[in-house]
Design a binder for this molecule. Structure first.
Ligand SMILES: [Zn+2]
Length: 417
């Protein structure tokens, strides 16, 4: 029986969202949390973007060190041979890639404006795949942008061409959130049966159906005999109305009526890490978690009305589908209401030692603390808000990696393109 895997794309789709972004340290923390949760793969960034290359290299080093393992770190690149060359120039050790190109008539005509035909798209994609293999790629997924508005015969042709050139997976992108669970089921089942290729499901929430479409797509791929890789983002943050929310999709796959009896995870996911991950992403993005968010919203386990409160007190299963502890909730959280010492870009050594001491991290003396403090100051320049405990501990534990993450040196004038 084929299985379900998760690929989180917060560090790609999430950070390219209008008005939102993450520092390189925050992106790294997201990868660490995703790894602890058991997520199969993180789409960790854009290898052709110069300001991202040290972050990507540092995270690949963390993978080599065993810190970011077993999660797979994969970069998103346009399906063009020139972009693949640039990706390997900037990040030579990258091994996992997803190559993206538009496949619908709307986008081929509307974006390329007559400069490219469907045959050109196939040629560009296969050249890109070949180029990635030549540079030492170990896994390649090919993304059909706007797959939900793509003619099925062409989509199958596109996937089979990718497969012939050795690509492992085809990403079915419902780029505009146009599908319903009914339409995506039909399309993905047909794609699975006609290509015999593992499928990634990438859904957006423009019609409020991203999670529903994701599990319908997963069912379709498995019914069609293929493994499925659901794309999600943390708290559903992504382009426009967002992507399928990671926690809600895991809950839907594992808790919805009858689903898990037949459609199972290929790799266990530790949902108890969900609460911390969602809270961190909310803080880092500066976007509150909606109170009615599944699993991690403030009201997800709150009861006020008489009948509900009475019922849940007698037996939680009367009004709760799953327990808060399964999401890692239930620990009291300390909120300081009096004096507080925070990290900042102008922090001094005394305040810093006090702060770290509260996390049971002590320094021999002031000189011992200073290099870490310097890195913390730089991290604050990027974050522009106090660092959280896990970030401070990360910097203290991996100062060389942190230094790399915090190094942003724009190329000189002539090299800027
Ligand atoms: Zn997307």
């Amino acid at each position: 029986m084929a299985k379900i895997y998760f690929i989180d794309v917060t560090n790609r789709d999430g950070v390219q969202t209008a008005r939102l972004g993450l520092s390189k340290l925050e992106k790294t923390m997201i990868n660490i949390y995703l790894n602890r949760m058991g997520i199969f793969q993180s789409e960790f960034g854009f290898p052709t973007t110069a300001h991202e290359s040290l972050y990507l290299q540092a995270n690949l080093e963390l993978a080599d060190m065993g810190v970011l393992r077993p999660i797979r770190l994969e970069g998103w690149v346009r399906a063009s041979a020139a972009d693949i060359e640039r990706a390997f120039d900037l990040v030579p050790s990258i091994r996992h890639l997803n190559l993206s190109i538009s496949t619908s008539d709307q986008m081929i005509d509307g974006k390329f404006q007559g400069r490219k035909s469907k045959a050109d798209v196939l040629r560009m994609m296969t050249e890109a795949v070949d180029t990635a293999w030549e540079h030492g790629a170990k896994s390649i997924g090919v993304n059909a942008e706007d797959a939900s508005r793509t003619d099925m015969a062409y989509l199958v042709e596109f996937a089979l061409a990718a497969k012939e050139h050795g690509a492992h997976r085809i990403r079915y992108c419902d780029t505009l959130g146009y599908d319903s669970p009914f339409s995506i089921y039909e399309s993905v089942k047909s794609l699975a049966e006609n290509t015999k290729m593992p499928i990634e499901i990438h859904c957006h929430g423009d019609l409020g159906m991203a999670v529903a479409n994701s599990i319908a797509g997963a069912k379709a791929a498995i019914d069609g005999g293929q493994d499925v890789y659901i794309n999600t983002t943390i708290n559903g943050i992504g382009e426009r109305a967002g992507n399928a929310d990671l926690v809600a999709t895991v809950l839907a796959v594992t808790k919805s009526k009858g689903f898990a009896e037949r459609y199972q995870l290929g790799k266990p996911i530790d949902l108890t890490k969900a609460w911390r991950l969602a809270k961190f992403a909310s803080y880092a993005f500066g976007v509150p978690i909606p109170m009615n968010q599944p699993g991690v919203g403030a009201n997800a386990f709150a009861h006020a009305s008489g009948i509900h409160a009475d019922g849940v007190l007698k037996d939680p299963e009367n009004y709760e589908l799953y327990d808060f502890a399964e999401l890692g909730r239930g620990e009291p959280e300390l909120v300081e209401t009096g004096r507080e010492i925070c990290s900042g870009e102008y922090s001094g050594v005394s305040g810093f030692r006090h702060l770290m001491g509260r996390m049971a991290m002590s320094f021999k003396d002031t000189e011992d603390a200073r290099p870490i403090l310097e890195l913390v100051r730089y991290a604050n320049v990027e974050a522009q808000q106090p660092l959280v405990k896990d970030e401070l501990l990360f910097i203290a534990r991996y100062p060389q990696i942190a230094r790399k993450l915090l190094t942003l040196t724009p190329p000189d004038g002539t090299a800027i393109s």
